[in-house]
Design a protein around this ligand. Sequence first.
Ligand code: GRF
Length: 200
Amino acid sequence: MLKIAVLGSGRGSNFQAIFSAIQDGKIPLAEIVLVITNNAGAGILDLARKHGIPAVHLGNNQRADKLCELLHEAKVALVVLAGYMKKLDTRVVSAYRNRIINIHPALLPRFGGKGMYGLHVHDAVLRAGERESGATVHVVDEEYDHGRILLQQRVPVLDGDTPEALAQRVLSVEHSLYPDAIRLIAEGKLLPELTGAAVH
Ligand code: GRF
């Protein structure tokens, strides 16, 4: 089984989508064993607790060592960032090299990087006059939204779109793309360096 930790700071809709896909048998080889947040008021924390998944709030002053310790204790093989708004400490990135993924609400490598989060992303896409946007699942490295692209799905930009409307269209694609990516990883088809090393 591929043991997953989900890290999030907000409402947790991607966590919910991944959880539901596992419950529905769509990702038979994976399980979420831990949820971690940096925000005590995050919806993802309530959702995790509702589903009986161990959930931990790590305050901003708690160190990377603590995060690594929790991941290690839970025997986590894949770290899934789902709306995690804090930059991961480089020690965590190196300890889990090629084992951390993120989803970004645009077609990377465009419209990513520092400051490109939430509605800022969709606002930038609309201002640039793009005719399409989308969602990207990628490996996490030391730079924002920079690691290897694993999976992408396009969505159209429609006439009269607002950042909010585009965000909603992209988010609904994320909810199937992220579970798909995790299923492919668990099957050894998307991130072979991980499956070889860490799946038991
Ligand atoms: C998503 O739009 C995702 O692309 C971005 O953060 C948002 C998280 O939303 N990285 P949720 O907390 O999963 O609902």
